[in-house]
Design a protein around this ligand. Structure first.
Ligand SMILES: [Cu+2]
Length: 116
């Protein structure tokens, strides 16, 4: 059933993007494993972003979008599952982090650059 679910998500996002919003809806998929995000460094335009975490690891992972140590949003998924986080972001540099104990310190982090 998994390919069908992915297809439905893509259709849903395309539908939202075509609803007459001024800003395009951006979708980014991060694959989480032990102990990394792929891609680790992401650049997007400002506006609404749908961040999808696909956990392909063996343990529980999360992704938090942080700025100056403050989490603006977070989502988490058990192994083999995905989770979605939608955020409106101003231009700037944000950090991606998994705050499961020890994961960030082991390299499960990245950067999110939001351009104008
Ligand atoms: Cu993790």
């Amino acid at each position: 059933m998994r390919p069908i679910r992915v297809g439905l998500i893509v259709v849903a996002l395309a539908g939202l993007a075509g609803c007459g919003e001024d800003e395009p809806l951006q979708a980014v998929t991060l694959v989480g494993t032990e102990m990394a995000f792929a891609p680790a460094d992401v650049s997007i335009a400002s506006g609404t972003v749908v961040l999808r975490l696909r956990n392909e690891g063996r343990g529980f992972h999360e992704v938090a979008v942080e700025q100056q140590g403050r989490a603006l949003g977070r989502t988490s998924a058990p192994p083999g599952r995905s989770a979605v986080l939608e955020l409106d972001l101003e231009p700037g540099r944000y950090e991606l982090a998994c705050r499961e104990p020890g994961h960030y310190e082991s390299g499960m982090r990245g950067t999110l650059r939001v351009e104008r």
